[in-house]
Ligand binder design. Structure first.
Ligand SMILES: C=C(O[C@@H]1C=C(C(=O)O)C=C[C@H]1O)C(=O)O
Length: 167
């Protein structure tokens, strides 16, 4: 079950039209493609290894000595386009190396394929913990997914073009 603690209460509430998106339990890719009426276009701005930050380690549920250990992750930063020339969502996905075992290694070779196609291939929802906050770029949801016992951290920011799109 996803708990749903709103962070940044001082910016509360998000716009009502965003709530179904911030609170979506299944694949955001599927929802965006339905709204766009066409496949999502994924524009990658970064893919590579980075050290996990302390905040990311905590979001991934690490405790005590693990918090003080340097840990590498595979990071992917993208912009997601629906059916116009401005991006609708800016996303960062963080895969701790421990989560990239076996078949999960393909998450490093997705190129323009949305992660959602892989993550939600076999189940419409995944156990997760989620928080929501307002950032300089827009309302953001940060979700720690449990994907068959592999932890993945995905943050998605809904950009102004998404709110103004009439799709
Ligand atoms: C996690 C999902 O995949 C989406 C696709 C992403 C990508 O391709 O990098 C990143 C974040 C998500 O919005 C999803 O569909 O829910």
């Amino acid at each position: 079950m996803s708990s749903y603690p709103y962070d940044c209460l001082n910016n509360w509430p998000p716009p009502i039209e965003l709530l179904p998106w911030l609170n979506a339990k299944g694949s955001l890719t599927a929802m965006l493609e339905e709204k766009a009426g066409q496949p999502l276009r994924v524009e990658r701005s970064f893919e590579g290894y980075r050290l996990l930050t302390l905040h990311q380690k905590r979001q991934l549920g690490l405790h005590n000595s693990a918090l003080n250990r340097s840990m590498l992750a595979w990071v992917r930063e993208v912009r997601l386009y629906g059916n116009d020339d401005k991006p609708w969502v800016q996303a960062q996905s963080v895969f701790p190396l421990a989560s990239l075992k076996g078949g999960a290694r393909r998450l490093q070779q997705l190129k323009g394929i949305p992660i959602g196609y892989v993550l939600f291939k076999r189940s419409r929802t995944l156990p997760n913990k989620r928080s929501v906050c307002l950032t300089d770029d827009g309302w953001q949801r940060q979700t720690c997914y449990d994907w068959y016992r592999r932890k993945l951290l995905i943050s998605e920011t809904f950009l102004s073009a998404f709110l103004s799109s009439d799709a």
